[in-house]
Design a protein around this ligand. Structure first.
Ligand code: HEC
Ligand code: HEC
Length: 474
């Protein structure tokens, strides 16, 4: 950039100098005369042919040689100049992409840095509000190319919390914005080493999930029971809350009286509202205030007045919620109880369970560690698409490899689709390509990621052993 500015400055200087020189020439010696120009005496022929001519020629030669030097120089700088433009354009694009990432809340689900997160979502079978895992996307280009990522962005992922973002999918972003977003995603990809270093952690956490599954579902059952109780309590809570909102509003708008700490709340109001909050706490579970009439910040850093106003807002929003529940009592109770029944059945069936011993015996010559690693890998890297309900949590997880976004892989399917093990390796390493055939009758949709840049061959081999080892009747 700076070189082109320099060149422009030199060119401007030269043109200016030339203009001055030429006009100075025309003005001759600059003497003011009363006679018409053709009657005044001009320079002698000698003068014109030596001094003036020499001077003009020198300048001409100088300008010509400067141009000779500058044009190649400009040409030489052209490539970096163009690159500079592209770089600058990229930077602007990344900036716009970052803005979109923030504006549309990608980080709420995928993490601010794209390292993965979760989203609140109503699980369809159970009607329960679950925490759905959202994959890391600071590594998404190790498994998908730009076009595949663009596909997910445009269309989102149906039956998951991932919304459609492209205009074609009914979302808000045009092609240019998607370009910027993709540029930004590229910008925050982690290094391949960092990606590979997450393997052990991913395996461990998926194995831990298996180990603690029962406990996780039991916790969820306990939460669901609490939910049912809260629905049942709603009708009796409603009048108490309505009265509380009226009473506290009245207390807060009370005027006159002594206000020792001069915080805008009289001493008696501070005492009364504190007592009142303690009294309703038992029934409503709302917060208890301890306002000190001698201290304007009974909780350091927070003015008593705003604490009291906050308490009223809490009551008001609670009232709105309770009203909704009380109004739709039968519906809410029915849904919550259906959910509980679903969870209890899940705990009974334990469809998430995997027997390491069986797999070790059938596939890995009794090597339990290999069986564990294979299952850990499958659950960490494949289950979210190939095991129904996996992302929603343990209680919703169907049999391993039962199929979801991707086809079911149970019962020796892998051997039917891929007669040769090598073809299957190739497929898992590269992933599918939109419209391209794979295996015996597979047609790629570009949705199956490639794992060649994410997992070492040995781990891919373990997963493949496991899948090919599944019995036809498994
Ligand atoms: C409400 C939560 C939510 C928001 C907001 C969201 N996503 Fe997603 N996204 C998901 C979930 C969940 C998945 C995975 C779906 C599944 O397979 O269960 C996903 C999948 C993806 C994928 C595919 C990755 C893969 O390997 O499967 C990409 C890329 C992606 N999101 C990018 C984005 C971007 C960029 C934004 C912001 C414009 C965004 N997402 C906003 C929840 C969200
Ligand atoms: C983001 C979702 C996703 C993930 C993660 C995923 N797959 Fe897939 N997989 C698919 C989809 C979708 C297909 C079907 C082909 C397509 O639409 O591209 C597929 C196809 C397959 C097939 C061919 C099945 C057949 O019968 O046609 C195999 C085998 C397979 N995946 C294995 C795996 C393994 C092993 C992993 C983990 C290392 C994995 N997949 C991870 C989505 C996924």
């Amino acid at each position: 950039m700076s070189s082109s500015i320099l060149i422009t400055l030199i060119a401007l200087g030269l043109t200016g100098g030339l203009a001055f020189f030429v006009s100075a020439g025309f003005r001759g010696s600059g003497k003011v005369s009363d006679y018409a120009p053709n009657l005044t005496k001009y320079r002698t022929d000698d003068d014109l042919e030596t001094k003036t001519l020499d001077r003009t020629l020198t300048v001409a030669v100088l300008v010509a040689s400067l141009l000779t030097i500058m044009i190649p120089l400009y040409y030489l700088g052209e490539e970096t100049r163009q690159e500079g433009f592209v770089e600058e354009f990229d930077e602007v694009s990344i900036e716009r992409g970052e803005h979109l990432y923030e504006e549309f809340g990608c980080g709420n689900c995928h993490g601010v840095d794209g390292s993965g997160g979760a989203a609140s979502y109503v699980e369809k079978r159970s009607g329960i509000n679950v925490t759905w895992e959202a994959p890391a996307i600071n590594n998404v280009f190790y498994r998908y190319d730009d076009e595949e990522v663009r596909y997910w962005l445009i269309w989102g992922r149906a039956n998951s919390p991932m919304p459609a973002w492209g205009l074609d999918g009914g979302g808000p972003m045009n092609d240019g914005q998607l370009d910027d977003l993709i540029e930004y995603l590229h910008h925050f990809q982690i290094s391949q080493n960092d990606e590979l270093s997450t393997i052990e952690m991913s395996i461990n956490s998926s194995l831990l999930r298996l180990e603690t599954s029962e406990l996780l579902v039991e916790n969820e059952i306990a939460r669901q029971k609490e939910l049912i109780q809260s629905v049942k309590d709603a009708p009796s809570k409603l009048p108490v809350l309505e009265k509380a909102v009226t009473d506290v509003s009245a207390l807060l708008s009370k005027e006159g009286g002594i206000d020792t700490d001069e915080d805008g709340l009289t001493d008696s109001v501070e005492v009364d509202i504190s007592t009142y909050s303690a009294n309703i706490n038992e029934v409503l579970g709302t917060s208890i205030l301890n306002l000190d009439p001698d201290n304007e910040e009974s909780i350091p850093g927070r003015k008593d007045k705003s604490v009291a106003n906050g308490f009223l807002s809490q009551l008001e929003s609670e009232l709105i919620n309770i009203r909704i529940v009380a109004d739709g009592y039968d519906k809410f109770l029915g849904e919550a109880e259906t959910g509980l029944a679903f969870l209890e059945k899940a705990l009974e069936e334990k469809l998430w369970e995997v027997s390491f011993e069986e797999i070790a015996d059938s596939t890995f010559d009794g090597d339990i560690d290999k069986a564990k690693r294979a299952i850990g890998l499958f659950n960490a890297y494949c289950a979210r698409c190939h095991t129904a309900g996996y992302s929603a949590g343990v209680a919703y997880t169907k049999e391993i490899g039962s199929g979801g976004l991707g086809p079911a892989l149970r019962a020796g399917r892998a051997n039917i689709q891929f007669k040769q093990r090598e073809d299957m390796i190739d497929f898992i390493v590269k992933g599918s390509v939109n419209g391209k055939a794979y295996g015996v009758n597979g047609v790629g949709g570009g949705k199956m990621p490639g794992f060649g840049a994410v997992l070492p061959e040995s781990d891919i081999a373990l997963i493949i052993d496991y899948l090919r080892g599944l019995k036809q009747d498994a």
